[in-house]
Design a protein around this ligand. Structure first.
Ligand SMILES: Cc1cc2nc3c(=O)[nH]c(=O)nc-3n(C[C@H](O)[C@H](O)[C@H](O)COP(=O)(O)OP(=O)(O)OC[C@H]3O[C@@H](n4cnc5c(N)ncnc54)[C@H](O)[C@@H]3O)c2cc1C
Length: 502
């Protein structure tokens, strides 16, 4: 770890002068920061948000805007789906993986309908219509989508209901979401300083956080904070030192961020004894078209299937990157993943929904496709034969893909190399990515009200966190919408708690 950006806390006794005083200081103006700022200001506190970039947004503004909501939202009801907080919690506990925070999931699920209304009241629009096919982002303005709830193994664990809620937008909805949240925070009275990067926290002798030091255009500014500081600085995918130390499997992949996820908030809190959780966990988005994957097969470098292709597409990536080496026998490239599809499956996905993806190879027989792709001789032939047997029976005995998507593959067959990315091969030229886009899920250990906890599980007085600076709901799994979901939900809780601190 470099000491280039030292986060060593400053002792309050050494600070002779404060430039600015406030009750609540929010560090970072993404979805978590805007939600915290709104609630803190709404609770009557003087609130200032410090943002290192020239405006509010962060990764939140670049995002698809999907928010994981359920338990019977008006959108679910209008689209004809029953849901309960209990079913939502059961799904999330399974889907967010080992170590997911059960208490947070219960709270989040129980409060989800209220949170939906809170978002709507802040101006976030959701259309009561359903997009019913696996995708990353619907190509329409439909407001509801499945995120794997209707796929195995979750169908056996919880009553399935679609919970992907997306702000009404014809493209990525994150920009609109952030416009709504930041103008809500501003209207509630929260102030903001941009181009202002916080580097260090100030703590008193008793260990309470009482201020922060930031730089703006090369000048140092000191802030005295009377109630609390909420760290909403995002994750650490842009910090290769931290990735190497905590999440080496995420190194070298495309970073899903606004370029500011340097882990600064996590490190500042750690310097005051904060505990962290699940620092090796990450979201892994393979560059595949979910509609093609569901209609075909996804195979690894051994030509073998490894997951049900109709699941939430991020789960395919997580299985590729994290699960293949179980047992230690795997010597292949985790991201050498191929989507195998026949002509009918390919044509069923309308051209605009293929995001520029074209077959890397086309062949008349599985054996020919093995040769072209370099997959082991006989591997694809065996996998396709077995898959087609399952399709004839209507039951996928290996990976439990639902009957809706199980259809025998008929030559000619196409293979799409996910490492080519979601661009036409002609545009990609020789440049091949790893095929995986990642961000971190690990972060500060917080309680339900966003207090940052120390190594003994005690709150560090005056210090709060939310969004990807915190671990939030997640264990080692991820479902789209849970990042913006827990950022906004627990951002609100952290803002309220900070404002109410005596
Ligand atoms: C293309 C894309 C699509 C995505 N789609 C979805 C989706 O549909 N649903 C979903 O749930 N998630 C999605 N995500 C992930 C999601 O956007 C992020 O995980 C989430 O926005 C994190 O919110 P945040 O408030 O914690 O961080 P951010 O929104 O990144 O905000 C953090 C802010 O803190 C600022 N900051 C950092 N350090 C400092 C410092 N030291 N001082 C001052 N300011 C600082 C940053 O500049 C930034 O503005 C997507 C991400 C991307 C990039």
């Amino acid at each position: 770890m470099t000491v280039r950006n030292s986060v060593t806390p400053r002792a309050a006794g050494e600070v002779s002068h404060y430039d600015i005083e406030t009750d609540v200081l929010v560090v970072g103006y993404g979805a978590a920061g805007a939600s915290a700022a709104f609630e803190a200001a709404h609770a009557g506190a003087r609130v200032l948000v410090l943002e290192r970039c020239g405006g509010a947004g962060g990764a939140s503004a670049m995002s698809g805007g999907e928010i994981y909501l359920g338990g019977g939202t008006p959108i679910q009801v209008a689209c004809g789906f029953d849901d309960t907080p209990e079913a939502m919690a059961a799904f999330l506990k399974a889907a967010l993986g080992a170590g997911a925070d059960a208490a947070k999931i219960d709270e989040y699920s129980a409060g989800s309908v209220e949170h939906f209304h809170w978002l709507v009241d802040r101006g976030v629009p959701f259309k009561p219509s359903m997009w019913d096919v696996p995708t990353w982002v619907p190509p329409t303005d439909d407001g509801l989508m499945w995120l794997g709830e209707n796929s195995w193994p979750f169908t056996e664990l919880a009553h399935p209901a679609p919970r992907g809620h997306r702000p009404t937008a014809n493209d990525f909805g994150g920009k609109l979401l952030m416009e709504c949240l930041s103008s809500a925070a501003e209207s509630a009275g929260a102030g903001a300083l941009f181009d202002t990067q916080v580097s260090t926290l100030i703590a008193d002798e008793g260990g309470s956080v009482v201020g922060a030091v930031a730089r703006q255009y090369g000048k140092e500014i000191t802030f005295r904070v009377h109630r609390g500081i909420v760290l909403t600085t995002g994750g650490f995918v842009d910090n290769d030192d931290m990735l190497a130390a905590h999440a080496p499997q995420l190194l070298g992949h495309t970073k899903v961020s606004a370029g500011t996820d340097d882990g600064s908030g996590i490190r500042m809190a750690q310097s005051l004894g904060a505990a962290v959780r699940h620092m090796s966990a990450g979201q892994v988005g393979m560059s595949l078209i979910p509609g093609l994957a569901a209609r075909g097969m996804v195979v690894n470098a051994l030509g073998r299937r490894f997951v049900n292709e109709d699941t939430y597409p991020g789960r395919i990536g997580q299985h590729a990157l994290y699960r293949q080496n179980m047992g230690g026998s795997w010597a292949g490239d985790d991201t050498a993943v191929w989507v195998i599809v026949d002509e009918e499956g390919f044509e069923e996905v309308p051209e605009p929904q293929r995001w520029g993806v074209r077959p890397t190879h086309v062949a008349e027989t599985p054996a020919e496709l093995e040769e072209l792709t370099g997959l082991p001789a006989g591997s694809l032939t065996a996998t396709i034969t077995r898959y087609n047997e399952f399709a004839c029976r209507g039951t996928d005995l290996d990976h439990h893909k639902s009957a809706r998507w199980l259809r025998a593959l008929t030559p000619p067959l196409a293979a799409v190399d996910v490492r080519a990315g979601v661009r036409p091969p002609s545009e990609a030229g020789d440049r091949r990515g790893t095929g995986a886009s990642v961000f971190t899920l690990g972060g500060l250990h917080t309680d339900l009200d966003g207090h940052v906890l120390d190594l003994d599980g005690r709150p560090i007085p005056g210090l709060y966190a939310a969004g990807r600076a915190a671990n939030g709901l997640h264990g080692f799994g991820y479902i789209s919408g849970t990042s913006l979901g827990d950022s906004t939900f627990f951002g609100r809780r952290a803002g309220t708690a900070a404002a109410r601190r005596a």
